[in-house]
Design a binder for this molecule. Structure first.
Ligand code: ATP
Length: 313
């Protein structure tokens, strides 16, 4: 199986327990490991794949906690970094009107330093870029650009998930879109929510959005649709692959489970690029990835509810 490098943020989510009140009133918070690229790395490792997390946490108890979580889930953390800057913290609450109330205290995730020694391992590997905080500047953004360049020159399989967080881009969506398009241009696999596909493409339907994103350069596009499954679009393929029926209790991490499961399967191919030539195999893999997403919704939290190989089989 080929290696999968997941590059991006790992942070603490402090989730307010008194749901239905905004953060100004919340008193009790639960500490959870968060960060989409880290979730993806866990999803892959739990399914038996070889995943590396490339990101930075603080040299503090929160950073130690986060790296422990990844290690316990069999993610290789030898490429993770710890800086003197405090671990990135996000405080989240669902306010009375159902809107998410969010305070973001950006710290060590932005300190990721580029490491030129990784480049040699990129050949035959899959590189997953999850962009939630990567486009907010800092050393991380510079490292992102350089790893993207290395992935291109080493002919790695490139996977991209914009992880659009409206709270982080309130006044500057256009910049976020512009930065995403650079990665979409050369991505072999892109994973979007419906909202992301429409926002980034500027189109009004899923069909038009995918056509536009293919024109930009994306090869395989997966648009996750919650309980309805996944719309999959490739140059000679366009259809919705249904998911299975489950009783969801918490949908956090379903998208990460989906893309992690898809990447883990692609990593088992002789060459990851074989998937670009085999629609039947792609549909089979998406069907399985849908199940991984569905199962994740049946448990609380993101990482804890990711399915293990035995469970998914
Ligand atoms: P995230 O909450 O991680 O941002 P997302 O919006 O990217 O998630 P979803 O569409 O919620 O992703 O879920 C990913 C996949 O998981 C879906 O494509 C689907 O296959 C499966 N899934 C999610 N929710 C359900 C559900 N309620 N029933 C069945 N399958 C589901």
């Amino acid at each position: 199986t080929n290696k999968v490098f997941c590059i991006g943020e790992l942070l603490i989510d402090f989730v307010a327990e008194n749901q239905g009140s905004d953060l100004s009133k919340a008193t009790l918070f639960t500490k959870k490991a968060g960060g989409a690229p880290a979730n993806v790395a866990c999803a892959i490792a739990k399914l038996g794949g070889k995943s590396y997390f490339v990101g930075c946490v603080g040299k503090d108890p929160f950073g130690t906690f986060l790296l422990d979580v990844l290690e316990k889930n069999d993610v290789d953390i030898s490429l993770a970094q710890q800086s003197k800057t405090f671990t990135t913290l996000a405080y989240v609450s669902i306010a009375e009107d159902g809107e998410r109330d969010f305070v973001f205290s950006r710290g060590a995730d932005k300190e990721l330093k580029y490491d030129s020694s990784l480049k040699k391992d990129f050949k035959d590997s899959l590189i997953h870029f999850g962009a939630a905080t990567a486009f907010l500047g800092g050393k991380l953004e510079e490292a992102y650009g350089r790893y993207y360049f290395d992935a291109l020159t080493q002919e790695a399989f490139i996977s991209f998930d914009p992880n659009f967080r409206s709270d982080l881009w309130k006044d500057d969506e256009a910049t976020f879109i512009k930065k995403c398009l650079i990665f979409i241009e050369k991505a072999h696999l892109c994973k979007f929510s419906l909202e992301e596909a429409l926002i980034i493409s500027g189109k009004e339907t899923i069909n038009d959005a995918c056509d536009h994103l293919h024109e930009t350069g994306a090869k395989i596009i997966a648009v996750t649709l919650g309980g309805q499954g996944t719309y999959i679009s490739a140059p000679s393929l366009k259809l919705t692959v249904p998911s299975i029926k489950v009783k969801p209790v918490d949908t956090t991490g379903a998208g990460d489970a989906f893309i992690g499961c898809l990447l883990q399967q692609i990593a088992t191919l002789n060459s990851p690029f074989d998937i670009l030539e085999n629609n039947q195999l792609l549909l089979k893999m998406v069907t399985k990835a849908n199940k991984a997403g569905a199962l994740t919704t049946t448990g609380y939290g993101a990482i804890d509810s990711l399915p293990a190989k035995e469970q998914l089989d």
